[in-house]
Write a protein that binds this ligand. Structure first.
Ligand SMILES: Cc1cc2nc3c(=O)[nH]c(=O)nc-3n(C[C@H](O)[C@H](O)[C@H](O)COP(=O)(O)O)c2cc1C
Length: 239
C-alpha cells in the first residue's frame, strides 16, 4: 500500500510514485476508483479482487489522502518500472549488490514537504485488511535503523497501529534490525512508506550486516536521500 498526496494540493514536487501512477493511468494499466470507500476492509477487499491490477482510490472516507495499491505485486510490474525484462531482474539486482554506490544527499526532500509536530496516525489511511487483524496495518513499511558499528540498515517490518501515536511491529529473530535491538536496547527508526521499487527491492535483500541497502537502491537506479528530522538517520528523499 502506498499513500500519495492529492494532486493540485500545496505539494510542489511531484513524487516518483505519483508520476508512475499517472503513467499507468495513461496506459490503461491502473483502475481509478472515484466512489467513496472506507479504509476499513473495503479498500483491501477491492485490491484483492482486482489483483494484480493496480488501483487508485481517490475518495477515502476517513482520510484526505488517496490510496494506491497493487503497484508492485508482480515481477512484470517491477521489470516494467525499471524498463527491463523479467529475466533480467535477478542479474540486475546481483550487479547492484556488487556495485553499491552512495546516493546523493539533498535538503528539501519531497518526504519532508509536510512536517507535523503533533503525531496523529489517524490522518493516514492505514488499511484494516481483514476482520481478524488486531488493527490497521502498514504492510510494506521500510524500517531504517542504525548501529554504532554496522551503520545503517533497511528491513521490511509490518506494523500495526495501536493508538494515535503508537505502532507495534514484527521483528523476526536474525533480521539485522533484531541484531541492532539486541546490541543496543532501544533503537531509533525511520518508518518509510510510499517507497519506490529501488528502495523496496534493496530493503528486501538479505546481505551482510553492515551493508547499507540504500547504496544497493542507488546502484539499481540513482536515488536521493535526506537527513531525517528527529532521528540521526538518512532516509529515501522520495517516500
Ligand atoms: C512485504 C514484506 C513484509 C515483510 N514483513 C516483515 C516483518 O513484518 N517482520 C520481519 O522481521 N521481516 C519481514 N520481512 C522480511 C525482511 O524484512 C526481509 O527479509 C529483509 O530483507 C531482511 O533484511 P536483513 O537481512 O537486512 O535483516 C518482510 C519482507 C517483505 C518483502
Amino acid at each position: 500500500m502506498s499513500t500519495i498526496p492529492h494532486s493540485g494540493s500545496d505539494w510542489g514536487v511531484k513524487m516518483i510514485l505519483e508520476r508512475y501512477i499517472e503513467h499507468l493511468l495513461k496506459d490503461g494499466k491502473l483502475r481509478k476508483i472515484d466512489t467513496s470507500i472506507s479504509k476499513n476492509l473495503e479498500i483491501a477487499s477491492v485490491l484483492y479482487s482486482v489483483e494484480p491490477m493496480p488501483a487508485l482510490f481517490e475518495n477515502v472516507k476517513e482520510s484526505d489522502f488517496r490510496v494506491a495499491g497493487n503497484l508492485f505485486c508482480t515481477k512484470e510490474q517491477i521489470a516494467d518500472y525499471f524498463g527491463i525484462d523479467v529475466k533480467d531482474i535477478i542479474p540486475t539486482l546481483a550487479r547492484a549488490i556488487e556495485n553499491r554506490s552512495q546516493p546523493e544527499t539533498i535538503d528539501g526532500a519531497p518526504c519532508q514537504e509536510v512536517v507535523r509536530e503533533d503525531v496523529d496516525l489517524d490522518v493516514l489511511p492505514i488499511l484494516l485488511h481483514t476482520e481478524l487483524d488486531g488493527g490497521p496495518y502498514i504492510s510494506s513499511g521500510v524500517v531504517v535503523a542504525a548501529d554504532p558499528e554496522y551503520g545503517q540498515n533497511l528491513d521490511f517490518h509490518r506494523a500495526m497501529q495501536i493508538g494515535k501515536d503508537r505502532m507495534v511491529t514484527r521483528v523476526v529473530r536474525g533480521r539485522d534490525f533484531h541484531k541492532f535491538l539486541e546490541r543496543n536496547g532501544e533503537v531509533d527508526v525511520a518508518f518509510c512508506i510510499g517507497n519506490t521499487p529501488e528502495v523496496l527491492i534493496a530493503a528486501a535483500t538479505s546481505v551482510e550486516t553492515g551493508v547499507n541497502e540504500l547504496e544497493i537502491a542507488n546502484a539499481l537506479k540513482p536515488i536521493q536521500v535526506t537527513r531525517a528530522k528527529t532521528v540521526d538517520l538518512m532516509v529515501p528523499a522520495d517516500c
